[in-house]
Write a protein that binds this ligand. Structure first.
Ligand code: BES
Ligand code: ZN
Ligand code: ZN
Length: 504
């Protein structure tokens, strides 16, 4: 897909589909749309007058132009009320194009920007949001399906963005470049999450990391630790979880250097490529979805890829402990005691609380880099799904001053995040009679908090833990979010890192 600005009048743009955006109950059409309406013989104003189209949020109206203008078709997109218009409304309205792109097998698309900008944004951000909307809403995962010709994904080639002010051309160029990088990175994370666990193994994740290193060799170094390397590094938590599986565990280390003098931020991603629960086995209903338990790892790979392309002026370290969690004669058992890399011993009370067992070693490993910040991404607990549902990330941090920055980034990217407490009083529930810690709380509820408190034992740096168990997989479609792996967290983290300044 190739995005670029065009400054022709709307009626002269040669394209398969021209998208024009209209606010609800807007009394006067914007000048360029008014001109288009005139050439079309007043058809747009007629539709509005008889209320066949009202500009309601995500409403659409297709018009065939029978040669009156250079575009074959015009589609009106409703943006809703001007007072409620923000970047996510724009992204969502743009995503209503996807069914038309598919139905008419659109190759060339043009989108007119409105003069009114979304709340708290600039032209660059609007162009970026449009680009993300197009890329994210046209994502389909069809690797394993034989499709009829018309079911195959349409091949969208050129997308022209038409500014409302001609002098915004270069701003649009900048916005689409960023949007394209981010949209593509999210879809990359989605692909990783959607591949089944017999394909997306720890070795598959490692191969992806090595491919990235090849592609961006100027700024990126990748190292993979196998079992012998893990033993040398005392990463017995990761080794213990992998015991029951025939797939080799991998610890993936990605080092991105964006700017020598800049601080280092480590990104840690839970990479359980299949979570059966192990000996504490899960019920079989919906167990197939547990192939997405590596969504944190996918997020980290996508973030590093995006950072390389954006040339983010930071140093990033990606750390991914990757393994399956399966039962077998060799598997980890409830009651087993494991010595973590940090030296603390863990009584494994439930083998299904495996995420924290692999993350504890990765978080400890991160200390090597003296990071200014560590962010971990993990589908850690079912409890966060109970607490926040399927669309809100649960955020924990040992420095509450990070929350406003996270919320501000979420405002821009349209992802949702909510602060959760590292409640001290609950720490007592992690005490074990036989080891330094138990891996599940002795309290029946609040496991999202207890899981985070468990991880806190292994950090000595500014730290943000994002529990993405609810948001990383969708059983319900939303604008630009198809069912399956969502890639949620990728755009948010980039937006947050763009303005990250270490605290003293
Ligand atoms: N990967 C799961 C968390 C999960 C559950 C993600 C449901 C998405 C949907 C994690 O490894 C797990 O199994 N957690 C257990 C912890 C429990 C044993 C303390 C859980 O949440 O049930
Ligand atoms: Zn589990
Ligand atoms: Zn898990």
């Amino acid at each position: 897909m190739n995005f670029f600005p065009t400054t022709k009048p709307l009626s002269q743009i040669a394209t398969d589909l021209l998208a024009v955006q209209i606010f609800e109950n807007d009394k006067t059409l914007e000048p360029n749309i008014k001109e288009l309406d005139r050439v079309l013989g007043g058809e747009i104003s007629e539709l509005l007058k008889v209320k066949d189209f009202r500009g309601k949020f995500c409403e659409t109206q297709i018009m065939h132009t029978s040669g009156q203008i250079a575009a074959k078709r015009v589609v009106l997109l409703g943006l809703g009320k001007k007072a409620e218009y923000d970047l996510d409304k724009l992204r969502s309205a743009i995503s209503t194009l996807a069914p038309y792109i598919q139905k008419y097998r659109i190759k060339n698309l043009a989108i007119a920007l409105t003069k009114t900008l979304p709340k708290k944004s600039a032209v660059e951000l609007a162009a970026q949001a449009i680009t993300e909307g197009v890329i994210l809403s046209n994502y389909r995962f069809v690797h394993y399906k034989k499709l009829e010709e018309e079911e195959k994904p349409a091949e969208l080639l050129n997308i022209q963005l038409v500014p409302a002010n001609l002098r915004d051309k270069t701003k649009i160029q900048k916005g689409v470049a960023v949007g394209q990088i981010l949209g593509t990175a999210v879809n990359y994370a989605r692909d990783l999450g959607n591949h089944p666990a017999n394909v997306a193994t720890p070795a598959h994740l490692a191969r992806h990391a090595l491919d990235l290193a090849k592609q961006y060799r100027k700024n990126l170094k990748v190292k993979i630790l196998d079992s012998p390397g893990l033993r040398k590094e005392n990463m017995r938590g990761l080794l213990a979880v992998s015991q029951g599986s025939d797939e080799e565990p991998k610890f993936i280390i990605l080092e991105y250097q964006g700017k020598k003098s800049a601080p280092t931020v480590a990104l840690v991603g839970k990479g359980i490529t299949f979570d059966s629960g192990g000996i504490s086995i899960k019920p079989s209903d919906k167990m197939e979805e547990m192939k997405f338990d590596m969504a944190g790892a996918a997020t980290v790979l996508a973030l590093i890829k995006a950072a390389c392309e954006l040339k983010l002026p930071l140093n990033l370290v990606g750390l991914i402990p990757a393994t399956e969690n399966l039962p077998s004669g060799k598997a980890l058992k409830p009651g087993d005691i494991i010595r973590s890399r940090s030296g603390k011993t863990i009584e494994v009370v439930n083998t299904d609380a495996e995420g924290r067992m692999v993350l504890m070693d990765a978080l400890d490993y991160a200390k090597k880099y003296k990071p200014a910040l560590v962010i971990d991404f993990a589908t850690l607990t079912g409890a966060i799904v109970v607490a926040l549902g399927d669309d809100i990330i649960g955020a924990f941090t040992n420095q509450n001053s990070f929350f406003p920055g996270l919320q501000a980034a979420a405002q821009i990217t349209g992802e949702k995040i909510w602060p959760m407490p590292l409640e001290k009083e609950y720490e007592q529930f992690l005490k074990s009679d036989f080891a330094d810690l138990r891996n599940i709380g002795a309290l029946r509820y609040g496991d999202h908090i207890i899981g985070a408190l468990f991880l806190k034992n292994f950090v000595n740096y500014p730290w943000i833990h994002l529990d993405i168990a609810g948001v990383a997989w969708a059983n319900r479609e939303k604008p630009y979010r198809p069912k399956g792996a969502t890639g949620v967290g990728v755009r948010l983290a980039i937006e947050f890192l763009k303005s990250f300044k270490p605290r003293r």
